[in-house]
Design a protein around this ligand. Structure first.
Ligand code: CUA
Length: 339
């Protein structure tokens, strides 16, 4: 090949590679990593993208050069000269991909092994997924339960994920990891949060009508603030005051992600506004307490127009104890505004 052709090829390759690299680096494709595992996954991602940009620029350079240099003259209908193989080229395009794919495989295997390795003092969190709500409980902390995933910064966390009904999947984009949640199986996911903040928890497996609404939050806190929260939760659940206990049941079971209730600081709009519980009960000629209990244990018994059916979990009648149900009903009735 002539010296000018080689220079043209290199020039085109550098331009193509530069454009691809700019698109890759200048646009914010990925969230800023919020866990140690996410940082490692991002490294593998960019390692692979870098290799792709390199190969892409070689291919584009050869393609563009060939289109210009070897285009047929007007009126030239003759066939090109037959070519029979090129041993040097074939060896090159076998060895180079082998080396690159092996390198990607080794980098991925190292990152997977590092991400699964738990640190000392692991915090265990049981994650329960059901149509269409998340529950997080902390067996090491006396079984404290929450509808929001609270995590201490810098501590190794092991999630054990269970489903009560169908297949769901756990995803926090800022943690870069996804894990399926399969009925009858316990799957696990290891996370070491590194950044304070509130991040979305998303169900990423189509699981029914309310799939798009099956969301929560992961709140990464200072370890001290996390310990204080655990202590406060433990007190609220064992509180003798039924209204306080009812509020804890409301918050622990994710009611606020779908319902508005001023007394609980909840502003969900998927289901009926519970500030109007007394009004709704009156519409159906029911006493507020029995109306509330029926709707919690057998949702959609009294159909409220304008709200989707079959979205409220049907498990509260069996998953909540009688005391919890009583406390919750009492809390709802006492907090709903009259009129
Ligand atoms: Cu649960 Cu989608």
């Amino acid at each position: 090949m002539r010296r000018g052709s080689v220079l043209a090829l290199v020039g085109i390759g550098v331009v193509a590679g530069g454009i691809a690299a700019a698109v890759a680096v200048l646009l914010p494709w990925l969230p800023t990593p919020a866990s140690r595992e996410a940082g490692r996954i991002d490294f593998v991602f960019w390692f692979v993208i870098g290799i792709c940009i390199f190969i892409f620029s070689i291919v584009v350079a050869a393609l563009l050069y060939s289109i210009v240099r070897f285009r047929a003259a007007p009126g030239d209908d003759s066939d090109g000269k037959p070519i029979h193989g090129h041993t040097g080229l074939e060896i090159a395009w076998t060895i180079v991909p082998t080396v690159l794919v092996t390198a990607i495989g080794i980098a991925s295997a190292i990152v997977l092994a590092q991400n699964d390795a738990q640190g000392k003092d692991v915090l265990h969190v049981d994650v329960t997924a059901q149509q269409f709500a998340w529950t997080f409980s902390y067996p090491d902390e006396g079984g404290v339960t929450s509808s929001v995933l609270r995590l201490p910064k810098g501590r190794s966390v092991l999630l054990s994920l269970h489903s009560k009904d169908v297949i769901h999947a756990f995803w926090v984009p800022d943690f870069s990891q996804k894990q399926d949640i399969v009925p009858g199986l316990t799957t696990t996911l290891h996370i070491t949060p590194t950044r304070l903040g509130t991040f979305p928890v998303v169900c990423t497996e189509l699981c029914g009508l309310g799939h798009a609404l099956m969301r929560s939050e992961a709140i990464v806190m200072d370890p001290g603030a996390f310990d204080a929260w655990v202590k406060g939760q433990a007190q609220a659940t064992t509180s003798a005051n039924p209204a306080t206990a009812g509020k804890a049941v409301f918050q622990d079971n994710g009611c606020g992600s779908c319902h508005t209730l001023t007394a609980a600081g909840a502003s969900g709009t998927v289901g009926p506004n519970l500030d109007k519980l007394a009004t709704y009960a009156a519409q159906f000629h029911q006493a507020p307490a029995s109306f509330a209990l029926t709707q919690i244990t057998h949702p959609d018994t009294f159909r409220q127009p304008g709200y989707p059916q079959n979205v409220m979990p049907r498990t509260f009648g069996s998953s909540l104890s009688k005391q919890q149900l009583d406390a919750l009903v009492q809390f709802l009735v006492s907090s709903s505004k009259k009129g």
